[in-house]
Design a protein around this ligand. Structure first.
Ligand SMILES: Cc1cc2nc3c(=O)[nH]c(=O)nc-3n(C[C@H](O)[C@H](O)[C@H](O)COP(=O)(O)OP(=O)(O)OC[C@H]3O[C@@H](n4cnc5c(N)ncnc54)[C@H](O)[C@@H]3O)c2cc1C
Length: 431
């Protein structure tokens, strides 16, 4: 039997109790990657995801060169690239009538000099498939963390709601990777510094035709922003709106909404009629914030739970994965021996503070100087001077490529692969 993972039935209270080394709340990019890395080191880990699958369309689709580099270091890159994906070597945007290339990834110092586009559910399926090769990896779907188990001034695990009834997972380390509406950070009483976001996103699908442009484009004009993600047979459309204006847009009616989309992307005009009901259009709220301290004894938050990222630059997934790699590098070796102290947990924040703050600062700069200005002005737009520079001097396109593709202080896998004996089934004990 595995010495870490035991399942005990507390018959009196009809409560199942699982003991493990590390439990991770949230099966997004941060949680799934950390679960994989710890299991690969031979550490028993439970990843808890509240949904039944990863198939939700509000996830971003970008897999960055730095994430591809991590997959290369893990020896899984070739396998990953066999899955259907698109390789984007340049990112372009349309401002008014002008189209300009914003980022050129072809000069990055990485194995893959492109941004891979793959629906995030396929990416998460791939990582969990890799993680399942290790008997120490456990993924529990439909497992919603509802509260923390507090003991002796520290966090000793989580309370979980499942279709089979309540569950307690007791762990030496609890990780909050449950995203920007994190229950874990709220229950832990960690202080949130809200940096503000002037926009929300209306998120919908419109069908795609083979004759449509193949690239992923941002369209900006007359107070409106539309981002189109190519998902082969349909466009995932993100219509950026000023925060709090969704009700006013709905009141103006679907016909006016369809016209706004068609005005920004005329090639979609003959298909906007597919939007027949507001039910087809989800409202995604954008938040930019960060915790002043990411940890408490027994608990660490990473990814959006520690620092909710704006969709600007499509870098949030990258940061979440980089946090997971740093956490495994710093805490994995300790966790194999014992419970990390709070000061050891804090080292993860010290390592990741600079990239988080620098990226958020850039996002806020773009929010305040571009998004707020665009959304506040119905006038036709001309190319702002930074984009004129990018058009005039193509070499400058390497700078946004570096920030988007690699980010600040990229992490590298330093943890070993350790093979454990015993099958998953041998972990189970009932009392
Ligand atoms: C509209 C929008 C578009 C975006 N597009 C992009 C993009 O294209 N590229 C990019 O890099 N970034 C994008 N971002 C940012 C990106 O989505 C996040 O930064 C990134 O997903 C963070 O990863 P995470 O693992 O920390 O959290 P998440 O991806 O939010 O994952 C958290 C997981 O935890 C689960 N969960 C939540 N609560 C519980 C609970 N109580 N118990 C158990 N499970 C729970 C959730 O179901 C989810 O699976 C976008 C953000 C927004 C708002």
């Amino acid at each position: 039997m595995d010495r870490d993972s035991r399942i005990i039935l507390d018959v009196g209270r009809m409560n199942e109790v699982i003991y493990t080394r590390c439990c991770i709340a949230g099966g997004g990019p941060a949680g799934v990657m950390l679960g994989f890395l710890l299991a690969r080191m031979g550490i028993d880990v439970f990843v808890l995801e509240k949904h039944a699958d990863f198939l939700r369309d509000f996830r971003g689709d970008t897999i960055h060169p730095s994430t591809l580099e991590i997959m290369h270091e893990l020896g899984i890159l070739d396998e990953f690239l066999k899955r259907p994906h698109q390789e984007i070597r340049e990112l372009a945007g349309q401002v008014g009538q002008d189209t300009v290339t914003i980022a050129d990834f072809t000069h990055l110092p990485t194995h893959c000099r492109f941004l891979a586009f793959m629906p995030q559910w396929d990416f998460l399926d791939f990582i969990t498939e890799q993680a399942r090769r290790y008997s120490t990896f456990h993924l529990k779907m439909q497992a919603e963390v509802t509260d923390l188990i507090e003991e002796k001034g520290g966090v000793a695990g989580v309370h979980v709601k499942t279709p089979d009834g309540p569950l307690q997972i007791r762990a030496q380390l609890t990780i909050g990777a449950d995203g920007r509406h994190s229950v874990v950070r709220e229950r832990a009483g960690l202080e949130v510094i809200n940096l503000g976001a002037p926009m929300d996103v209306m998120w919908m699908r419109i069908s795609r035709r083979p004759t449509d442009p193949g690239q992923t484009f941002g369209h900006i004009d007359r107070g409106k922003i539309l981002v189109l993600l190519n998902r082969e047979d349909y466009w995932q459309c993100a219509f950026v709106i000023a925060k709090g204006t969704a009700d006013a847009i709905r009141r103006r009616g679907l016909e006016s909404f369809r016209e706004e989309i068609a005005a920004l992307a005329p090639f979609l005009r003959d298909r906007t009629g597919e939007l027949q009901d507001w039910e087809q259009i989800s409202l995604l709220t954008v938040a930019v914030d960060r915790l002043s301290r990411w940890s408490r004894p027994g608990l660490l938050c990473i990814g959006d739970a520690a620092h909710a990222m704006s969709p600007i630059g499509g870098v949030g997934i990258n940061l979440a994965i980089q946090d997971a790699v740093a956490t495994a590098n710093i805490l994995g070796p300790i966790l194999r021996q014992r419970t990390p102290s709070e000061s050891e947990l804090h080292v993860v924040q010290q390592r990741r503070n600079f990239p988080t703050r620098a990226t958020q600062r850039l996002q806020i700069l773009v929010q305040n100087n571009v998004i707020r200005r665009v959304l506040g002005s119905p006038k036709p737009l001309t190319l702002p001077w930074p984009l004129k520079l990018l058009r005039r001097w193509p070499i400058l396109r390497r700078i946004p490529a570096r920030v988007i593709g690699v980010g600040f202080r990229p992490e590298h896998v330093k943890t070993p692969e350790v093979h454990t004996s015993g099958s998953r089934e041998s972990n189970r004990v009932a009392s």
